[in-house]
Design a protein around this ligand. Structure first.
Ligand code: NI
Length: 140
């Protein structure tokens, strides 16, 4: 850290104790580092509130590849969407289940719409969108 601002914050002692216990368990070496990450997470989440903001997300799905046409439908969805698919990783989980992680870039609205369509597709058993964004201007 080359350029930092010191500030003081007032919170209930129990809240700070719980935060310190949790962040120490997670591996943070000091409170400043943990609070910096909390602030960045808050600001990244805020970027998703404005649908026009460029963001990036990962859509993780589990589907049964025996399920009729599901793989073809998922491929068509990926080819035909406004959001740009950066890459896809496929893992053959079990005899029937496949896991796919799709990295998607676009505006927050485009990425959310793509994730909704993929996750709600017939044959998709489980899906989650993880929302993130570039953090330029949110330096460590
Ligand atoms: Ni597979």
């Amino acid at each position: 850290m080359c350029n930092v601002t010191r500030f003081s914050v007032s919170v209930e002692p129990a809240l700070l104790d719980a935060f310190d216990r949790r962040t120490q368990r997670a591996g943070y070496k000091n409170r400043s580092q943990a609070i910096g990450d909390v602030l960045r997470a808050y600001l990244v989440d805020a970027q998703w509130e404005d649908g026009a903001t460029p963001v990036v997300g990962t859509v993780t799905i589990v589907y049964d590849h025996h399920s009729r046409d599901v793989a073809r439908r998922l491929t068509e969805l990926q080819h035909g969407h406004d959001a740009a698919i950066a890459c896809t990783t496929h893992v053959h989980l079990t005899h029937s289940d496949c896991l796919e992680v799709i990295v998607v870039r676009g505006t927050a609205d485009e990425v959310q719409a793509f994730a909704d369509q993929i996750i709600s597709s017939p044959g998709v058993k489980h899906g989650r969108l993880v929302c993130t964004a570039a953090t330029e201007g949110l330096h460590e």
